[in-house]
Design a binder for this molecule. Structure first.
Ligand SMILES: Nc1ncnc2c1ncn2[C@@H]1O[C@H](COP(=O)(O)OP(=O)(O)OP(=O)(O)O)[C@@H](O)[C@H]1O
Ligand SMILES: [Mg+2]
Ligand SMILES: [Zn+2]
Length: 453
C-alpha cells in the first residue's frame, strides 16, 4: 500500500478528536444541537492547526446520511461522510482560493449554488485561503453571502484574516483557531508513535514539538522526516542530524561555558554545534530559548509548568541558573535577540555569533551579583567592601538613587583593580555592566542615606 503521510493519515474525524480547539468545537456542536448553524463561517489561524479539518467535520455533521438531521457525531461510515473525509464529495465543494481567485470563478460558484444539493441536506462551500480572492471576486461573493439559498453554507479558511475585507467578515461568524502548544503536540505525536508501534527515545518528542512552532501539521511532517531516515528507535541525535535542531545538551554546554567565563570553551561549544550541522540562526534561537528557561527557573522555580523540559533538564537548568542573575539573563535575551536580525542578514554570521558569545563570556556581568560581592569581600578596598557588605541585606530606596554617569563610574572605579585597564572603558560603557554597577551604586547610596538619617 502506498505510504500516506501522517498529517493525512491522522486527520481528526470528529469534533472531540481535534486537539487544542475545544472552545470552537464546543460552540459548533452547540449550534448544531440548537439548530443555530450560521450560513457562513470564517476560520482564521496559522497553518496546520485544524481549520480544514474542522470545516470537514462540520460539513459531515451537517450532511451525515446516517441521521435524519444534522448531528454532532457524524458516523464517518456513510457515503457522504466517507467522501467528505477524502475531500471528494459532490455536495461539499472545496475550493482553493489561491488558484481560483478570479471573479469568473465566484460567478460560476453563484450560478451553481442555486441548484439543490445532489444527495445531502446542504451544499457546502469550503474556500481555503479565502484572503487570496481578488477584490472583484470578493464583491461577487458578497451578493450571495448576503442572502444565500437556505441549502447553502460557506466555510472560509484563512491564515491572514486581516486581508479578508470587512464586508465579508461582517457576514460571517468568525472563529480564531489557537496555535497548538508544544505540550499538546507532544501528546499527539506520542499517541501516533504508539499506534504505529515505533520505538522512540523519551526526550525526543518535546524538542520536536517545539520545532513545530504551534502547527500540528508541521509536527507530524517533522516526525515523518525522522521516520524516513529508517532509524529505530528514534533517537534525539536525529533531530540534530536531520532536522538541524540544536541539541539541547550542547546548548546547555555553551551556556555553562559562558557562565564559567570560559572563552575558549564557549568557542569550542559553538564549533561543536556548527559542525553538527546547526546554523548560526538556529543556535541563536535555541540559546534564547534556553536563557528564557533559566530565567523561568530563577523566577518561578524548577518545577514551573512554564518550562517544557524533562526532569533531567530541569535539574541541569536549576544548577546553571544559580550562576546567573536575573538582570544578566534579561540582558542576554535582549542582546542576543537583537543579534538575531543582524546574524540573519550578515555575510559572516559565525564570526558575529562568536564575538557576541565571547563578549558574554568575558563580561563579569554574567556572574551572579552575590558571587561578585563575595569576590569583593576579598578584593575590594576596605571602605567599599564595608559599605557593600553592610547593605547586602538592606532594601534600597529607589527614589533616592542617583544613576548619573559619574556615580556609575565611581562605583566602577572600585572594580578597576580587577579589570585590565585596556578593557575598562568598554566594560564600563556596557549596558549590563552599568546595570550591575548601578546596583552597587544603589547599595552604597542606601548606606549613605542610612548614615545621614
Ligand atoms: N487541532 C488539530 N488536532 C489534531 N490534528 C491536527 C490539528 N490541526 C492539524 N492537525 C493535523 O494536521 C493536518 C492538517 O491540518 P488542517 O488541514 O486542518 O490545517 P489547516 O489549519 O487547514 O492548515 P492550512 O492553513 O495550512 O490549510 C491534519 O490532517 C491533522 O493531521
Ligand atoms: Mg487548510
Ligand atoms: Zn455519516
Amino acid at each position: 500500500m502506498a505510504y500516506t503521510v501522517f498529517a493525512r493519515k491522522y486527520r481528526p474525524l470528529s469534533f472531540d478528536d481535534v486537539v487544542g480547539q475545544d472552545a470552537i468545537a464546543k460552540t459548533l456542536k452547540n449550534a448544531i444541537k440548537t439548530d443555530r448553524v450560521a450560513h457562513a463561517y470564517l476560520f482564521a489561524g496559522t497553518r496546520g492547526i485544524g481549520k480544514t479539518t474542522m470545516a470537514r467535520i462540520l460539513a459531515k455533521a451537517l450532511n451525515c446520511l446516517a441521521t435524519d438531521g444534522p448531528t454532532t457525531e457524524p458516523c464517518c461510515k456513510c457515503d457522504s461522510c466517507i467522501a467528505i473525509n477524502l475531500g471528494e464529495d459532490i455536495d461539499v465543494i472545496e475550493i482553493d482560493g489561491a488558484s481560483n481567485n478570479s471573479v469568473e470563478e465566484v460567478r460560476r460558484l453563484r450560478e451553481n449554488a442555486i441548484y439543490r444539493p445532489a444527495r445531502s441536506r446542504y451544499k457546502i462551500y469550503i474556500i481555503d485561503e479565502v484572503h487570496m480572492l481578488s477584490t472583484s471576486a470578493f464583491n461577487a461573493l458578497l451578493k450571495i453571502l448576503e442572502e444565500p439559498p437556505s441549502h447553502v453554507k460557506f466555510i472560509f479558511a484563512t491564515t491572514e484574516p486581516n486581508k479578508v475585507i470587512a464586508t465579508v467578515q461582517s457576514r460571517c461568524q468568525r472563529f480564531d483557531f489557537n496555535n497548538i502548544s508544544a505540550g499538546l503536540i507532544t501528546e499527539q505525536l506520542k499517541q501516533i508513535l504508539e499506534l504505529e508501534k515505533i520505538e522512540y527515545e523519551q526526550d525526543l518528542l518535546l524538542p520536536l514539538a517545539k520545532m513545530a512552532n504551534g502547527s500540528m501539521r508541521d509536527g507530524l511532517s517533522l516526525l515523518d522526516r525522522l521516520i524516513s531516515t529508517g532509524a529505530e528507535p528514534l533517537a534525539t541525535e536525529l533531530l540534530e542530524e536531520f532536522l538541524g535542531c540544536a541539541n539541547s545538551a550542547k546548548i546547555h554546554q555553551l551556556a555553562e561555558k559562558i557562565a564559567e567565563s570560559d572563552a575558549a570553551g564557549s568557542l569550542i561549544a559553538i564549533d561543536d554545534l556548527i559542525t553538527s550541522g546547526v546554523t548560526e540562526l538556529q543556535i541563536v534561537d535555541s540559546f534564547v530559548d534556553y536563557m528564557r528557561d533559566l530565567m523561568v527557573v530563577k523566577s518561578a522555580g524548577m518545577q514551573s509548568e512554564l518550562l517544557l523540559l524533562s526532569n533531567q533538564q530541569r535539574q541541569q537548568a536549576e544548577q546553571l541558573a544559580q550562576k546567573f542573575d536575573i538582570a544578566a539573563l534579561v540582558y542576554n535575551i535582549t542582546a542576543i535577540e537583537r543579534l538575531r536580525w543582524t546574524i540573519k542578514n550578515s555575510e559572516a554570521p559565525r564570526t558575529l555569533l562568536e564575538a557576541s558569545v565571547l563578549r558574554f563570556a568575558l563580561s563579569e556581568h554574567f556572574m551572579n551579583v552575590d558571587t561578585l560581592l563575595s569576590q569583593l569581600k576579598t578584593d575590594a578596598p576596605a571602605a567599599l567592601k564595608k559599605n557593600i557588605i553592610e547593605t547586602k541585606t538592606r532594601s534600597v530606596n529607589s527614589s533616592k538613587l542617583d544613576f548619573s554617569d559619574k556615580n556609575i563610574k565611581d562605583a566602577g572605579r572600585s572594580l578597576e583593580h580587577r579589570t585590565p585597564s585596556k578593557k575598562k572603558n568598554e566594560l564600563i560603557n556596557d549596558p549590563t555592566v552599568k546595570m550591575v554597577l548601578t546596583e552597587f551604586n544603589a547599595r552604597i547610596a542606601a548606606v549613605e542615606e542610612g548614615r545621614s538619617d
